[in-house]
Design a protein around this ligand. Structure first.
Ligand code: E4P
Length: 219
């Protein structure tokens, strides 16, 4: 399962590149806002970090756009900035049509805000390279999301669609592990979720047991 960082902060992205060999990046308007910089400057700085790699970087079009033709124009402008950029477009009838038009022109797309197998199927039919399943948001509002990744994976495999699942909005290590076990191709989460996922209280306990034994052993 590929590990994508969900962020638009340069220091976080650099950390993930340096220490995790992160496989790619996802951003969204919230992350760009949190970077504290203008949209264009933020995505250009991110493009530089990934320059010369084949790692995908998802950048979302203006979410106010409602006409598919406008989404296509915006997607093409963003895609022209970097070959790493994958155009992120929200699930909707017009969004799927924009994805269809962009992918026909060779521009990779990530269908975002996907909450059901049916939306994922529309995205796959439209040619989306990635479908972002918002696992964490579903669970945040009380829905069970544990079977979403597996069901979407079964649908994609059954009909031999090329789209890859990104298990998105992952909030904790349990959701991270579940994404892997249920067949997600990729996962995206914020820096702190990954930092937590390296640790376990039993590991810390084990380390103290071993340190104690080491200290009591003549070297
Ligand atoms: C995914 O691609 C999204 O950017 C992300 O997971 C959205 O969720 P969040 O910003 O609430 O974590």
């Amino acid at each position: 399962m590929k590990l994508f960082l969900d962020s638009a902060k340069i220091d976080e992205i650099q950390h993930a590149l340096d220490l995790w060999d992160v496989d790619g990046l996802t951003t969204n308007p919230k992350h760009v806002q949190a970077s504290g910089k203008p949209f264009r400057q933020t995505i250009e700085e991110i493009a530089e970090l990934f320059d010369g790699t084949d790692k995908p970087v998802s950048v979302e079009v203006n979410p106010h756009l409602t006409e598919w033709q406008d989404m296509v124009v915006s997607g093409k402008e963003i895609a022209a900035i970097s070959p790493n950029f994958v155009i992120k477009i929200g699930a909707s009838e017009n969004g799927f049509q924009a994805i269809r038009a962009l992918t026909r022109d060779g521009i990779r797309c990530n269908a975002t805000l996907i909450f059901s197998v049916t939306q994922a199927w529309h995205a796959a039919r439209a040619g989306a390279d990635y479908v972002s399943l918002f696992v964490g948001w579903k669970e945040q509002y009380g829905d069970f999301a544990g079977d979403l990744v597996g069901e979407v994976r079964a649908m994609l495999d059954e009909y031999a669609y090329d789209s890859q699942i990104i298990a998105a909005a992952i909030r904790n290590s349990r959701q991270l592990g579940e994404a892997a076990v249920t067949g997600s191709h990729c996962v995206t989460a914020g820096l702190t979720v990954y930092l937590d996922s390296f640790d376990n209280p039993y590991t810390a306990h084990g380390e103290s047991v071993f340190k104690d034994a080491w200290d009591k052993t003549p070297q």
